[in-house]
Design a protein around this ligand. Structure first.
Ligand SMILES: C[S@@+](CC[C@H](N)C(=O)[O-])C[C@H]1O[C@@H](n2cnc3c(N)ncnc32)[C@H](O)[C@@H]1O
Length: 246
């Protein structure tokens, strides 16, 4: 099970991620591509950390995620901020979205690494292509092959905070290109810590594979940037951004 109990502490553990900077980067991409974006479909939106600030910037945005728990948090946060956003509980491998001519489709922070089968990813790209308007823009990032196979692989990470601690062990299968992430969380409850576990699987895709799938879906104009810059991604980039124009 992924993003079940973890959903309730996701935002706390992601508090080192600068989502404002992320939103600015997305807007810089949109400007650089010279497209008019009024509406956005965000896949794997999680707890709405990008969805909500983008809605606050007047984009008409819909968020989709497979985890009802993550969406519950997203809905709660958007209500608290008085913003009305449609969040849909869907598996993006079986997208059921019939609004076409979209200006922008977004998938941020590893969403596509959770798609383990190549054919599924190819089909997702095809659906996105058909949903976009001509000149529409598709922006996403992945944890790179380098990050998964060199930095995560075989390593254990952890954090020990006052109220929450976790241990995160990674096992990479080089034949399948899939990393198993074993997560154990400890949440303070009075004097004790409650423990729960989740196992996540992510697939490591090489940039060339992704480019191939995108081309196969119809995207000809694709840029590949490294880690929140406009420099071309290289062998050691950890987060690779793809910007695709229909
Ligand atoms: C690392 S989180 C990123 C969440 C959010 N985009 C952010 O930046 O905080 C990955 C998200 O992908 C979602 N996800 C994984 N597989 C999915 C699928 N097949 N369809 C839709 N969402 C999926 C998870 O539920 C989770 O919310």
């Amino acid at each position: 099970m992924q993003y079940k109990n973890f959903a309730f502490i996701y935002d706390k553990l992601m508090d080192d991620v600068d989502y404002n900077m992320w939103v600015n980067y997305i807007e810089d991409i949109i400007k650089k591509e010279n497209v008019i974006v009024k509406n956005i479909l965000e896949l794997a939106c999680g707890t709405g950390n990008l969805t909500i600030p983008l809605a606050q910037k007047e984009y008409d945005i819909v968020g989709i995620d497979i985890s009802e728990e993550m969406l519950d948090i997203a809905r709660k946060k958007s209500l608290e901020q008085g913003i009305d956003i449609v969040f849909l509980n869907q598996d993006m491998r079986e997208l059921d979205f019939e609004v076409y001519n979209l200006d922008c489709v977004l998938c941020a922070c590893d969403g596509f690494n959770y798609i383990l089968e190549e054919d599924d990813l190819k089909n997702v790209f095809k659906s996105i292509y058909s949903l976009l308007k001509n000149n529409g823009i598709f922006i996403f990032d992945i944890s790179s092959y380098f990050k998964i196979s060199n930095i995560l692989s075989g390593n254990t990470f952890g954090e020990n905070r006052e109220d929450i601690a976790y241990i995160w062990q990674n096992y990479f299968d080089e034949e399948e290109n899939i990393v198993e992430m074993d997560l154990a969380f400890f949440i303070r409850n009075g004097e004790y810590f409650e423990r729960f576990e989740e196992i996540h699987y992510q697939r490591a895709y090489k940039n060339e594979e992704i480019l191939d799938f995108l081309k196969n879906a119809g995207f000809e104009d694709v840029k590949v940037y490294k880690d929140f810059t406009f420099y071309e991604a290289d062998e050691e980039s950890q987060r690779v951004f793809f910007v695709c124009k229909k």
